[in-house]
Write a protein that binds this ligand. Structure first.
Ligand SMILES: NC(=O)c1ccc[n+]([C@@H]2O[C@H](COP(=O)([O-])OP(=O)(O)OC[C@H]3O[C@@H](n4cnc5c(N)ncnc54)[C@H](OP(=O)(O)O)[C@@H]3O)[C@@H](O)[C@H]2O)c1
Length: 376
């Protein structure tokens, strides 16, 4: 039986991973998990799954050091400490945001298999994280549905020509560009096909999520030939075009439990889920309208420039947080991203190690905060 640690165990991916485990008939033993602050939910998970190690980055005073036989780590580096003690065969990195990078670095030391949902680990970590995986002999299995699909499509292939990443178009796909000015938080959070955490739902509406995924694919599959197409019903999870004109598509119902389970059980498929209706399901694609998704104007400029990958992610994380708290408007997210990217591009920063990444991430957050407070 394999052991498993889940970072971000109370989140959207974490919760769906628990659902998957319930169906895998004890072939995987969950021994640890970490969260930011949600003790109420973590406590229930400890009780139900008998965790041995848990961690909270921002615990309240009521959180004990031990609970029902589970050692609780608290504060900065708590997830890293729990990962070390748990020493699990598989780590699912489902933390939201840039905080996930440190968790992935630590998991690389202790877990053979990294099931990677946290896209920021690749966006920020780039080649440095891939080299770390190589050095530590990790098996990297992507969990993001598009990348899981591509991972499966390229198995046994060695002449990929181009990747077509699919997108749902997000919650604002039927709005006209002029309507974006007064879009509310509620409208943005109402995603048509996927149920996800708040930041990724906002990022799906703006297509920042898709840019992060293009960067993720750039590192994972070693190509910059990547196009984005909207597939409204999210049944095509991505496509790969080969030199002989063949395009392979990954077709299935949209549900994150499928790629999560695949990352746990690869190369087997032990998880059972609904079969899509191949007669009545439409397969249509649209090119994204750049007026509706203005952030896409930055894609060519950003892709392959490590410091701009970091700038995009940090500025978006800060701006989305302000937007979700009702402090800036929807289109201000794009303004903040543009400003931070311009500032960082001027500096021509060369990233040499993980500390450079953490420093630049912090610097970008400060620039974003200042811009929002002074200019918006
Ligand atoms: N949701 C999806 O369908 C989906 C699909 C593909 C990829 N992803 C990627 O998966 C990651 C997680 O997304 P999500 O939608 O599941 O996010 P989410 O619902 O917002 O959950 C985030 C989880 O991370 C925990 N967390 C946040 N900061 C932490 C820290 N510093 N230390 C430890 N734990 C921390 C949160 O704990 P609290 O509960 O205490 O806040 C929560 O458990 C993201 O990178 C996202 O892009 C998600």
């Amino acid at each position: 039986m394999k052991t498993l640690f889940i970072t971000g165990i109370t989140g959207s991916i974490g919760t769906q991973a628990l659902d998957v485990l319930n169906t895998l008939n004890d072939s995987i033993n969950l021994i640890g998990g970490s969260v930011n602050s949600n003790w109420r939910k973590l406590k229930i998970i400890i009780e139900k799954y008998g965790l041995k190690y848990a961690a909270l980055a921002k615990p309240s005073n009521e959180v004990p050091n031990f609970y029902k036989g589970c050692k609780i780590f608290k504060g900065d580096n708590s997830t890293e400490n729990a990962i070390e003690k748990a020493n699990a065969d598989i780590s699912l990195i489902a933390t939201s945001g840039a905080a996930g990078l440190a968790h992935t670095i630590q998991a690389s030391k202790y877990s053979k298999r990294i099931a990677l949902a946290n896209k920021e680990s690749l966006v920020l970590g780039g080649d440095l994280i891939l080299n770390l995986f190589k050095k530590n002999g990790n098996e990297l299995i992507p969990v993001d549905s598009e990348h899981s699909a591509i991972f499966q499509l390229v198995l046994g292939e060695n002449s990929i020509d181009e990747i077509y990443l699919t997108a749902s178009g997000g919650s604002l796909r039927d709005k006209q560009p002029f309507e974006l000015k007064n879009i509310t938080k509620e409208q943005v959070l109402n995603h048509p096909t996927w149920s996800m955490g708040k930041r990724i739902t906002v990022d799906s509406a703006s297509m920042v999520n898709k840019i992060l995924e293009v960067i993720e694919a750039y590192y994972l599959f070693n190509t910059n030939k990547i196009k984005i197409f909207i597939n409204r019903n999210s049944h095509i999870h991505s496509m790969v075009k080969f030199k002989d004109g063949v395009i392979k598509m990954h077709f299935g119902k949209p549900n994150m439990k499928v790629p999560i389970a695949y990352a746990f059980t690869y190369p087997d498929r032990l998880y059972e889920y609904e079969i899509p209706d191949i007669i009545n399901t439409e397969i249509n694609f649209e090119e994204p309208d750049i007026q509706k998704y203005p952030v896409l104007k930055n894609l060519d400029r950003i892709l392959g420039n490590h410091s701009l990958h970091i700038a995009l992610n940090a500025s978006d994380e800060v701006a989305v947080d302000y937007f979700l708290k009702g402090n800036i408007k929807y289109l201000d997210i794009n303004k903040t991203i543009n400003y931070v990217i311009n500032e960082i591009e001027k500096k021509q920063i060369n990233i040499k190690n993980f500390q450079d990444i953490f420093n630049l991430d912090n610097e970008c957050r400060k620039i974003a905060e200042e811009f929002i407070k002074e200019e918006l």
